[in-house]
Design a protein around this ligand. Structure first.
Ligand code: ZN
Length: 262
């Protein structure tokens, strides 16, 4: 049963015919792990908190820098120098005190990720380094969690989600972006630049995708992006969809023991 406060707070989504009180109760009982409280994490965390996701684990090893503020809109000027996980947690509590937030200042890697994400069934990868992304993918596959992936640089972004740990026929992140292919060479925002609404767009699409996975097996907010990669071109305001397939030689999701993506 939703409380009177919750019925009022979430009234505009609960009244959507396909959504209803059942979906809201599901969200309130949901746990999402967010890797990175930066440009993608900022809108994602705020929309998940606003929508009433009951538990958020926010993991980031960085501190707020003045140069972050053109896009990382969850952090305010007076948070400069403080840990991003704590700054994001404070913003969540101000927005929706009903969310249980676990703020962790740590860098996610292959060895610590399983412990850091806890029992969260959905992991939102808002990181900006290939090594972290592959660690998220490996854990998501091995532990049977969903990975919602987004990336943005300059005026372009991309988004998909991966469910290879639960659905053996579907691809994983490494099927599309093999670690062996040297994606470490891709430019990062710190070198290539980024405009705030681009991370805002992709992070917001990721939030919607996370909500879809939290609400499964029902689909009150539409079909997920498993097996599809969306490319967003902010210069032309165009979206392209690419069908993605599992790779027969993927060392993560097709190896006998999961393998090591490197
Ligand atoms: Zn794979």
């Amino acid at each position: 049963m939703l409380s009177d406060d919750d019925l009022e707070r979430f009234a505009r989504q609960v009244i959507m015919p396909a959504f209803g009180e059942d979906s809201q109760e599901t969200l309130l009982a949901s746990h999402v792990a967010v890797i990175g409280a930066g440009g993608l994490g900022a809108p994602l965390i705020q929309y998940l908190a606003a929508a009433g996701v009951g538990q958020l684990t926010i993991i980031d090893d960085d501190a707020v820098d003045r140069s972050n503020l053109n896009r990382q809109v969850i952090h305010a000027t007076d948070a400069i120098g403080t840990a991003k996980a704590a700054s994001a947690s404070a913003a969540v509590s101000a927005l929706n005190p009903g969310v249980a937030v676990n703020a962790i200042t740590a860098r996610v890697d292959e060895d610590n990720i399983a412990e850091l994400i806890g029992d969260a069934p959905v992991i939102a990868d808002c990181s900006d380094t290939p090594r972290t992304r592959h660690a998220v993918n490996q854990a998501a596959h091995q532990l049977g969690r969903v990975m919602v992936f987004g990336g943005a640089v300059r005026m372009e972004g991309q988004i998909s989600s991966f469910n290879s740990g639960r659905d053996n026929a579907s691809p994983c992140f490494n099927c599309i972006f093999p670690a062996a292919a040297g994606h470490d060479l891709a430019p990062r925002c710190s070198e290539a630049g980024i405009l705030g609404p681009i991370t805002g767009t992709i992070g917001t699409l990721m939030a919607l995708e996370v909500l879809r996975h939290c609400l499964k097996p029902a689909e009150p907010v539409g079909k997920d992006l498993v097996g599809r990669l969306l490319l967003y071109d902010g210069m032309l305001t165009e979206v392209t969809e690419i069908r993605i397939r599992k790779r027969a030689d993927c060392p993560v999701c097709n190896g006998a023991s999961g393998g090591n993506p490197g």
